[in-house]
Design a protein around this ligand. Structure first.
Ligand SMILES: N[C@@H](CCC(=O)N[C@@H](CS)C(=O)NCC(=O)O)C(=O)O
Length: 218
């Protein structure tokens, strides 16, 4: 059965799903680019599948699911030989879930709040309050890593790292992480960036997003 992933390489949550697909070695995936600038996500056909009109969205036969965190957990449940990326142990999973909600609630809004006005509303600079949200996002993540490491939920790489690194590497392409201020965060990003799945499914897209946004800044 072929999976269909609706995505854009520049989209951080889409890259989180693409990295998970790579990490799990899933072969049969059809990729469909959804161009937000030409409003491909607002067509009748797309809205029928996803009224929230977001990417990424996964279609598995007649089952449709969106939100990167829900999709990545579904893929691990369906395809992983073991659950290492999303363990069933109650406390381990709770910590991963906290990081996933942190990505949805803090990291990604910090990115989206800065990027959207530039890409879609003609702004030519980031606002101070937007930049403060990025600093807060970096600071929180650095503190998490000071208490558990080397990965975001402890000794093993999990979906927490994959989802958060998609967003943080994109933030880093816009506002580089100061490794004096956030040493744990800088080391973690470096650690994640050596993974094959990161190189194949995240590196170029994060750079691309950085280039697109920076080309519109004064
Ligand atoms: N929490 C969602 C965020 C998805 C999201 O907002 N994606 C952006 C692109 S990066 C999007 O689809 N924007 C178009 C829209 O919301 O209309 C996830 O993790 O999948």
């Amino acid at each position: 059965m072929v999976l269909t992933l609706y995505k854009l390489d520049a989209s951080p949550p889409a890259r989180a799903v693409m990295m998970t697909i790579e990490a799990l070695g899933i072969q049969d995936v059809e990729y469909v680019d959804v161009n937000l600038l030409t409003k491909d996500h607002l067509t009748e056909e797309y809205l029928k599948m996803n009224p929230q009109h977001t990417i990424p969205m996964l279609k598995d036969d007649d089952f449709i699911i969106w939100d990167s965190h829900a999709i990545t957990a579904y893929l691990v449940g369906k395809y992983a030989e073991n659950n290492a990326l999303y363990p069933t142990d109650l406390k381990k999973r709770a910590l991963i879930d906290q990081r996933l909600h942190f990505d949805s609630g803090i990291l990604f809004p910090a990115l989206r709040g800065n990027v959207e006005p530039v890409l879609f509303k003609g702004e030519s600079s980031f606002k101070p309050e937007g930049l403060e949200k990025i600093s807060a996002a970096y600071e929180f993540t650095d503190k998490f890593l000071a208490s558990v490491s080397p990965y975001l939920a402890g000794s093993d790489l999990t979906l927490a790292d994959i989802c958060c690194v998609a967003t943080i590497s994109s933030l880093n392409a816009l506002v580089p992480i100061d490794d004096n201020k956030y040493p744990n965060l800088a080391a973690w990003l470096e650690r994640c960036s050596t993974e094959e799945f990161y190189k194949k499914a995240n590196e170029a897209g994060a750079q691309l997003l950085g280039q697109i946004v920076k080309s519109k800044l004064a």
